[in-house]
Design a protein around this ligand. Sequence first.
Ligand code: T4K
Length: 407
Amino acid sequence: MNNAALVVLGGAPAFREKLHVGRPNLGDRTRLLERINGVLDRRWLSNNGACVQELERRVAEQCGVRHCIAVCNGMVGLEVVIRALDLKGEVIVPAFTFVATAHALHWQQVTPVFADVNPQTHNLDPRAVERMITPRTTGIIGVHLWGQPCDLVELQRVADQHRLKLIYDAAHAFGCARGGRKVGSFGAAEVFSFHATKFVNSLEGGAIVTNDDELARRCRLMTNFGFLGFDQVGYVGTNGKMDEFSAAMGLTSMESMADFMAINRANHSGYQRELAGVPGISLLPYATPGVDYNHQYVVAEVDEAACPLSRDLLLDVLWAENVVARRYFYPGVHRMEPYRTLFPEAWRNVPQTERVARRVLILPTGQCVDAAAITKICSLIRTAVLEASEVRRRVVGSPFQVHRELI
Ligand code: T4K
């Protein structure tokens, strides 16, 4: 009897321990602990310490930009840029993104307007952006989803033509590039997330990067309460500073970027090989010429017209086998509160988001996943799909309860 059928009957899961999407990649422990000891020795724990300064230098170098402001997380970074650019009224964002992209606007009293995505890349569709522009629109936030650079040329054209400010939520795209130009150097500013689950992580953290001197100055002041000097405040700032332990982690993580990338790339190829020919299952390919990816997300799509098993049933099977795959970013931000109540008709404008959100399943990758685990995960998927009618009968019809925490 195969594994998928086994678990449905209540047998032991295929993996003894949960294999989560988002397990952090870790750099060199010794180097990290040295850095942390250095922080303790210096007794300088936050407020523009040596590690933060070094991280900012290295991130700016890596992106080929003049300025980097390290922040406590990506969402605060977005808020600071939104405020520093004085975005008002409406700003267009993709409906298919993590909720933080929209929340950052809402938190700053700006209305997020949801535009549709390109079904091939899941990235913001510039033509859909154009359709959503109104006299109240002041900006666009592109999201380099799954580490794929947006349609940079077209989005810039739309922004220029309509005199809109364009920034990027680059939470997924550290280390990525298009045409040799690094993500981080596009638009008025870009914001990275260095959250634990990201390609490069600083526990919690993020960075604002820009070539605009004045914008950088404002962002830096705003992340430190708006202080211009010891006793002088010039803006309504916030506390968006990164602390020294986080920066130590970020620096150590950056030093292992090449390793992380190689692991992610090999994992992605493994999934591609092992899932080839499974009916109705495909992987987002990361294959556009001239684009460098970090391969941080393994994005599977379940085409219900061709796959005998629904995406959600497949998710149930995987969870039951201790493979904690995720339905990012179901059901689309426009269907989350408060946006669902504020804009109950928004779904009508985003048919591709609606479709993509029903298809996507993110599979585990990174350091915690090896070739043997990938083979096992793919064999579970293959078995579940090939024996769909039996799996469906047992999952739906049995008292076996799949624990769906977090979903
Ligand atoms: N823009 C975009 C496009 C984003 O994707 C994000 C964040 C942001 C902006 C905002 O950036 P930050 O403000 O977060 O810097 C997780 C992350 O918390 C979030 O950072 C990330 N995107 C999002 C895609 O994923 P959840 O709600 O899925 O978190 P959670 O707790 O379910 O954890 C994710 C998985 O990672 C789980 O399977 C467990 C695993 N995990 C997590 C942590 C923290 C570990 O194994 N170890 C860990 O230490 O949001």
